[in-house]
Design a binder for this molecule. Sequence first.
Ligand code: FAD
Length: 451
Amino acid sequence: MSDLNNPSIHYAPNPSNPKVIIAGAGLGGLTLAILLEKASIDYEILERATVLKPLGSATSLASNMMPLLEQLGLLDELKGISLEGKGFSVYRESPGGESLELLTKSDTSAAKEISGYASIVMSRPDLHALLLSHVPPHKVHLGKRVLSISQSNENGVLVRTSDGSTHECDILVGCDGAYSGVRQSLYKSMKKEGCLPNSDGEDMKVCHMSILGTSNPIDPSIVPLSKDGFARCDIVLGYKKPHSSDAFRSSDWGSESNGSIQEDWRTFKFPLGLDDSYITIDDLINSTESDNVTKVMLEEKLYTTWHHGRTVLMGDACHKMLPNAGRGAVNAMFDAVILANSLYEIAKDATYPNIRSAFKEYYDERFPHAKADLESSRKMASLLSGQTWSDNVMRKIAFNLTPTSMAASIAKTIAYRPQASFLPKAEYRGSGRVDPQKESKRYLQEKAIAI
Ligand SMILES: Cc1cc2nc3c(=O)[nH]c(=O)nc-3n(C[C@H](O)[C@H](O)[C@H](O)COP(=O)(O)OP(=O)(O)OC[C@H]3O[C@@H](n4cnc5c(N)ncnc54)[C@H](O)[C@@H]3O)c2cc1C
């Protein structure tokens, strides 16, 4: 029997006031919650962690995120916890292996003139805490790891969680990260139904590379910052073949695995101190809060099935990117706004066919962007840390791009600046082109009636 006609679910869907369950209170899930709150759509979040204390290094948010964050009223608070991103420096191991020498210094400040906003860099836990502070606490249920789901066209979705409880809803959003429980359960039933594409049944590709990320706050008595300052330092530690347990651990960004790295790498020197004086990686690690030092193995995968029945995926659950281009959180947050726009449109008549067409609209817009960003993240990873002959050639070409061609490439990426279609828009700034965005018919109608 198809799971989509599961008779064990007794929920009565409510098309005029549908209930959404968001699995996962990460960066994407919290952004969706803030948007659904503003759209007056009923929702609850189920989060597996018992205490919300995300680990991780720094996160940069590209300037094309800023109109949305301004529209949501978050921009001023974000400025208070972040630094402006001005560019990045790439170092490589010197032939003697004792120090790191500068390979290139890239200036990305053109983005500010083009979009009217600078990109920002901040500690990932600070960003998470800021988003969380905008979600009413009673909406977030901790200690609820999604174990499995069942769904029915007629009777909604049933979610089973690790504490033995069950939860029912009209719409389930799997925003539970790279090792998504929602995705695994959904794909299992789709496989049984014979409708899961083969490629989606394959494991994520674990790349043979690990990154140590550190971020502010850095204790200035140990590492006085150079005049430019810095908020994030990623160190590619190598290309060892990963153990399967590494792959599992990476989904948690465990800082507990930093110890061995410090032993191997701590004496490397690089010129990030005051007036370009040399500091060691150990200095950097010792001057950073331990929760902001993270070692991860990296995975990559673009799933093609983002929705089935009443369940939809977003963020790392459906597109896990390498972190080098800083596009993972940005894409999770863009997924949230486009999904919220599609749900808002049908929220007063959320019948099963309307839910499916809202999901399709979300997928049609977001899949091509996620695919392009996954590919550019992969290219950036090869550029920054690839070890082959062709990687070296590409590095030479890319790092010698003229400021004009660099600006043209930035302008193309940041033309995509989606906002919530059901709220007054933040004004577009800057000199660059902005991709047109679909208006909300419902919002325009309701506004016209109100006038
Ligand atoms: C080293 C590194 C640096 C990065 N830097 C950047 C950057 O600079 N810019 C950028 O844009 N992106 C960056 N990223 C990527 C970015 O952090 C992720 O893409 C982003 O957090 C994805 O958001 P999400 O909501 O999909 O998943 P997550 O933020 O991972 O949240 C998933 C949530 O789901 C919960 N969960 C997991 N399983 C379950 C379950 N079964 N049931 C219920 N809850 C569950 C988890 O506890 C978590 O709270 C970086 C990643 C790495 C590894």
